[in-house]
Write a protein that binds this ligand. Sequence first.
Ligand SMILES: [Ca+2]
Length: 394
Amino acid sequence: MKPRTRLIFGTGVALLAGAALWMMRVPSGPVQPTGNVPAATGWRLQPVVSGLEHPWSLAWLPGGEMLVTERPGRLRVVREGVLHPRAVSGLPDTLGIGHGGLMDIIPHPRFAENRWIYFTYGHGTLEANSTRLARGRLSADLAALSEVEVLHTVSPLKAGPQHFGSRLLWLPDGTLLLALGDGGNPPIRLNGELMREQAQRLDSQLGKILRLREDGTIPADNPFVGRPGADPFVWTLGHRNIQGLARDPASGRLWASEHGSRGGDELNLVTPGANYGWPRATYSIEYTFGTISRANTLPGLTDPVVVWTPAQAPSGLQFYTGSAFPAWRGDLFSGALKRKEVRRIDLDADGRVLGQETIAIGERVRDVRQGPDGHLYVLTDEKNGRLLRIEPVN
Ligand SMILES: [Ca+2]
């Protein structure tokens, strides 16, 4: 091929490739808020356990037993589908007010060796409180936690019963993510400004995802380590109140769901050091219908991937890898408190959203998790809360 021919040929290939990429890419510009979506098919709901008081999170142990937190401060065990009548002993006192109480729970990646269980809870008083991260060793009979140690107390302290977060997630390098809330709605203030401004302050842990080592110390490669005035635990910023955190083990993509104020709930693709905008840019408005920010998006801020208006009130988030629902593999499942459903978020192999479907539960959904059997398990946030299983039907 002559040089000139090669040039024309090469340019043509590049143009074709560019056009193909353009056709495949997600439209840029404002994210379209999602309202009603079609119902998912091929599933049924199977009750497993009832009598859980405002259950918040669940986790499986290597032996197949489940741990379930109850927001008032109890840790329960479910073995072969039966709720043990006695709560696990040895947990610290928790501040069970509003959004706070005993929240997320996650076993150490090497639990079988060390028996460590990590959990988050509200601590303090109505006037001065925070989210805490602690761990304890679970006895072989699953009856008691011992050697309980507080690994982290989120600072600064906040007032009131709102926006504690919180979700925990292990990264493959053995560090732990702790996702938090901004501390509360107006008129709650700190140092003369609205509490929500904490989400943009690098010296505050509110409205952040933090990254910690398993003993609660600071990983040296956190994105803001060494920056003057920045809190070295901070991993991402600009969040209002994260309630779901999930990781795709194949791609490593990390997803977080958070509550907006009125409308504007978000699903975000999370990368270290990024600023997710709250309250500078948001699709939500005040509960009183006032404006929070005129901007949906701003340079330097990371836009959400999905916006839910009207609000879903998203809760637990699961990336599905199981075999019970082959068509759902590689998709995200988000619980919804307000819409009383599980939302399936259909993703392609590159993590782009293809669509959504609703799985109606009829009760406030606090958490959704994939079980070892490949089914999805749901906790309902009620006084008589339930554990339900989503199973396939032909
Ligand atoms: Ca945002």
